[in-house]
Design a protein around this ligand. Structure first.
Ligand code: NAD
Length: 500
C-alpha cells in the first residue's frame, strides 16, 4: 500500500493507495492505482457508451442530469462528509462548493439544447440560394483530470458540461480526493446504469498522464500550471485538444470610494477560507492611499476572529497537502527578509498541519509572495497612488484567473482593465456561482472555458451544413462559368462592398 500524504514520487502501478484525512492521518479509503492498460480499457468502454448517450438526445440527457442533480442534492450531507474526510475543510464549506456544483449540473442540462442545438444562419446575398445551419456535436470521450482543493465544484464544472453536450467522460480525481470522485460517479451510475457514460479511474500523475495519451477526444485539466504544461506537451503527440484551468494570484482592488467594511470582509474570507487553497482565492490587495490605513486596520481586526483548526469553532481546516506548508513558509519568510511586515501571523503561523491567518504589508512587488501562487491563508496588502497604479500592479503577474474590484463609481471600468478571465465587483468570487458565466483564465492560469454557454461549446465541435434550395441564377462553382458571369460578380461585389 502507498500512502497519499506526502505524495510518493513513484507510485507503483497495479497496487492500491490509501486516501488519508489531512486532519488526523486516518485512512479514509483505499483505491486502485490504475495502469495505462486500465485507462485504455476505460476509454474503449467510454467510446461505446458515448454513442448510446449521444443517441438519447438533449432531452434524454437533460432528464438524466436532472435526476443525478436530485440524488446529489438529497444526499448532500453524505457528500459533504466525504469531502471533509479527504480535505479537512469544514462541512459548511463543503456544502458551499457542492451547492454551486449542483447549480452547474442544473444549468448545463437545461441549456444544452438551446446552446448546442441546430440553428439557422443567414447565408448572405451571394449565397441566397443556400440554407445554412450549424449544430454542435459531441466530441466523443472527454478525459477530466481534477485537483483536490474543490473536489466537487471543480471537476463537475467540466464533467456536467461535457455530459450535457453528449460526451462520455473518464474522470481521474486527485490522488488526495478519490473518495469524492467515486461518490459522484457512483451517484451518476445509479441514474444511468445502462452504459459506462461516466467512469472513474484513480491513481497518481502517471494515471493522469496515461489518460492524456489514451486518445480521448479532449482533456479538461484543472490543477497546477506546472502539470498543465506537462499535459499540453503530452497531448501534442496525438493532437488532443486540452482545456487548462490552472493556478492564480488573484488581486483585490480597493478604490477611494469603496465600502471598506465589505472590502475587508471579502479580503479576509477570500484569502483565508479553505486555508487559502482556492485557485480564485485572494492573494494580493491594492488599496488607494487615501483609504489604505483604515482598510488595513479593518482587515487586521477581522482577521483576529479567524482561526485554523479542526474543531467546530475553527473557520478553516488544515492544509490538505503537507508539501504546501513549505511553499507557504518560504513565501512568508522571503517577504519578511525583503522588508515586509506581518501585521497578523508571520513565519510562526505555519505549523505542522495548520497555517494561521497571515497579513503582510510592505512586501516588494517582485517577491515570491506577490508573484507566485502561495495557495495558503496569506495575503499581501499594498498602498497605491491611484487606481491606474492598482491596475498596472494587479496585471503585472504571469497569472490571470480571477479578480475583485471594490469601487462605487468605477467598478465596471476597472474590471474591464484587469487582465483576468473573471472579475467580481463589490463582492468576492461571485462569478463562480453564476452558472451562465464562463470560467477560465489567461496567461499561466490557462485557457479554455468551463461553465455557461462557452463551457458547453468547449465540449462540442461545430458542424456547418449548407443546403442548396434552388439553382443559383449566377452559377459560380462550375467550369461552365461564363466570362460575363465574372464581370457581373465583380460589379455586384463593388456595389455591395466597394463604397469609400
Ligand atoms: P496538480 O497539478 O498537482 O494535480 C492535478 C491533477 O493532475 C491530479 O489529479 C494529478 O494526479 C494530475 N497529474 C499530475 N501529474 C500529471 C501528469 N503528468 N499528467 C496528467 N495528470 C497529472 O494540482 P493540485 O495540487 O491537485 O491542485 C492545486 C492547483 O490547482 C493549484 O495550482 C490551483 O490553483 C489549481 N486549481 C485551479 C482551478 C481553476 O479552475 N483554474 C481550480 C482549482 C484548482
Amino acid at each position: 500500500m502507498t500512502a497519499v500524504q506526502p505524495k510518493p514520487s513513484t507510485p507503483a502501478v497495479g497496487e492500491t493507495f490509501d486516501s488519508l484525512s489531512p486532519a488526523t492521518d486516518e485512512v479514509v479509503g483505499t483505491y486502485p492505482i490504475h495502469s495505462a492498460a486500465d485507462v485504455e480499457a476505460a476509454v474503449e468502454r467510454a467510446r461505446v457508451a458515448a454513442e448510446w448517450w449521444d443517441s438519447l438526445g438533449f432531452d434524454g440527457r437533460a432528464e438524466r442530469l436532472r435526476k443525478w442533480k436530485g440524488v446529489v442534492t438529497r444526499r448532500l450531507a453524505q457528500l459533504c462528509q466525504v469531502v471533509r474526510d479527504e480535505t479537512g475543510k469544514p462541512i459548511a464549506d463543503a456544502q458551499l462548493e457542492a451547492v454551486l456544483a449542483i447549480e452547474h449540473i442544473a444549468w448545463a442540462g437545461k441549456n444544452a439544447r438551446k446552446v448546442l442545438g441546430k440553428k439557422k444562419r443567414p447565408a448572405g446575398l451571394l449565397m441566397s440560394n443556400q440554407s445554412a445551419t450549424v449544430e454542435y456535436q459531441p466530441l466523443g470521450v472527454v478525459g477530466v483530470i481534477g485537483p483536490w482543493n474543490y473536489p466537487v465544484f471543480t471537476p463537475l464544472g467540466s464533467i456536467a458540461y461535457a455530459l450535457a453536450a453528449g460526451n462520455a467522460v473518464v474522470f481521474k480525481p486527485s490522488e488526495c480526493t478519490p473518495g469524492v470522485g467515486k461518490w459522484l460517479v457512483d451517484a451518476f451510475n445509479e441514474i444511468v446504469p445502462e452504459a459506462p457514460v461516466l467512469q472513474l479511474i484513480t491513481g497518481f500523475g502517471e494515471t493522469g498522464a496515461a489518460l492524456t495519451r489514451s486518445g480521448v477526444n479532449k482533456i479538461a485539466f484543472t490543477g497546477s500550471t506546472a502539470t498543465g504544461k506537462k499535459i499540453m506537451a503530452a497531448a501534442a503527440d496525438t493532437l488532443t485538444p486540452v482545456i487548462i484551468e490552472a493556478g492564480g494570484k488573484d488581486p483585490v482592488l480597493v478604490d477611494v470610494d469603496a465600502d471598506l467594511d465589505a472590502a475587508a470582509d471579502a479580503t479576509v474570507w477570500g484569502a483565508f477560507s479553505n486555508s487559502g487553497q482556492t485557485c480564485i482565492g485572494v492573494e494580493r490587495v491594492y488599496v488607494h492611499e487615501k483609504v489604505h490605513d483604515e482598510f488595513v486596520a479593518k482587515v487586521v481586526e477581522k482577521s483576529k476572529g479567524v482561526r485554523a483548526g479542526s474543531d467546530a469553532g475553527a473557520q478553516y481546516g488544515p492544509m490538505t497537502m503537507p508539501s504546501q506548508l513549505n511553499v507557504v513558509r518560504r513565501h512568508i519568510e522571503d517577504a519578511l527578509a525583503r522588508g515586509g511586515k506581518a501585521l497578523v501571523g508571520g513565519a510562526d503561523a505555519v505549523g505542522d498541519r495548520y497555517v494561521q491567518p497571515t497579513v503582510l504589508v510592505d512586501v516588494p512587488e517582485d517577491s515570491e509572495a506577490v508573484q507566485e501562487e502561495t495557495f495558503g491563508p496569506t495575503v499581501t496588502i499594498a498602498k497605491v497612488r491611484d487606481m491606474d497604479e492598482a491596475v498596472e500592479k494587479a496585471n503585472n503577474t504571469k497569472y490571470g484567473l480571477g479578480s475583485t474590484v471594490f469601487s462605487k463609481a468605477r467598478g465596471m471600468e476597472l474590471a474591464g482593465k484587469l487582465r483576468t478571465g473573471m472579475t467580481s465587483i463589490n463582492a468576492p468570487l461571485s462569478f463562480a456561482g453564476i452558472a451562465s458565466l464562463p470560467f477560465g483564465g489567461v496567461g499561466d492560469s490557462g485557457f479554455g472555458r468551463i461553465h455557461g454557454a462557452d463551457g458547453l461549446r468547449e465540449f462540442a465541435r461545430s458542424k456547418a451544413i449548407a443546403r442548396q434550395k434552388f439553382t443559383a441564377p449566377i452559377a459560380l462553382t462550375t467550369f461552365a462559368r461564363k466570362e460575363k458571369t465574372d464581370v457581373l460578380v465583380a460589379k455586384l461585389i463593388t456595389i455591395l462592398h466597394g463604397k469609400r
